[in-house]
Ligand binder design. Sequence first.
Ligand code: ZN
Length: 463
Amino acid sequence: MALSKCRISSGFFPRVTGYGNLETVLRRDCGGGRAGRAAGPPDLANIKIGATMDDVPLIHDWNVEEFETLAWGRHVELDDETLRDGLQSPSVTDPPVGAKIELLHMMNQLGIHTANIGLPGAGPRAVADITRLCEEIRDANLSITANCAARTVLADIQPAVRISQQTGVPIEVCAFIGSSPIRLFAEEWTIDGMLRTAEESVSFAVREGLPVMFVTEDTTRADGETLKALYGNAIRWGVRRICLCDTVGHATPSGVRALIRFIRREIVDPSGANVKIDWHGHRDRGLGLANALVAIEAGADRIHATAMGIGERVGNVQMDLLLVNLALAGVHDADLTRLADYCELVARECGVPLSPNYPVLGEDAFRTATGVHAAAIVKAQAKGANWLADRVYSGVPAAMVGRRQEIEIGPMSGISNVRYWLAQRGYDPDDTALCQRIFARAKNSDHTLAEDEVLSIVREPAA
Ligand SMILES: [Zn+2]
């Protein structure tokens, strides 16, 4: 297998100031903004002390070794389910409509394509909020479009039709129905009975001119013949998007791949219709994000996710982390520097705190007090390149989400942590006595020193 010469794994190329034509070099080597492969192995034998970043292949990217077999190069859409599935989390508060509007604007800025804005069949409050959100899409001229969840019954679909007609905003109806044998057994449903009810409601929405996505709950535990019957009929009724759901978080990555390939090969392709495939996954096994990435590779057209993964039980795919991964893969190019605001809004308004060790956005995501890590970052910065310092110990560059690397001082620190910390705050990093005093205190501590703790050492009179 040929070695990739691509220097970084991503389409995320922040402009490097003070470092010549690095961005140009990266774009050239990585195929212009997307991870790709260049011919021939990197010339590692010729790296010399003092070499510049232009001379060295800095990152070898195994993620793109099998690039040709994956579908990463193509466009994938995102559906934000925070305001529907997210609010089904047993721990969240349903936020006021003002916060929902603010969130809708953030989704729009993050390049998210569609937002599920609720289940109008749930009652008057849901209808009022959905109506207001549709008006906002219309009046603020947002690019994001709306969809609504509905059971495959007329009583759920009629309010969606009414809101769409009142506001003049198209609403995609996400009409859901059970599909797994375990659910059919528990509910005492028959396929024929389900199809009769679904045909009436789905055909009504199609006749009213609304786009319909036909959603099968628990698809990852449904058998192929049932899925053929449900999707085959839905496509016949005029549905042009189907949604495969891992409702209970059962699927493993190989299950996701097998299911999507089956649906495309056995149902979508033979129909001859232009039918899009959505993936909606939960993370009961902790596989939500990985499964979403596999779904994209396997050919899903749109992925559902929520802010911080809030949702039914332990939740859905984390939209924020999905965005980061798509940006790193070069297939989503919206500015993500306000991603933290998106999560903070949901954390505050829904009452779901962001844990410090949450990837990318948690308080600790770019903090280190470890000597070896800090030394590498400090050396990278000494080479004059924030680009380098932001990646030498980070799989995700902090600048991508508007943050920076933070070096702190604790029992695992080296003296370079102390010097860096002092220099960053305008103190003399060459004051050996001060450095040693802080260093000795840190070594005897059982935790990373807080800002105030270090400052109090700095202010102590010298011995
Ligand atoms: Zn769900």
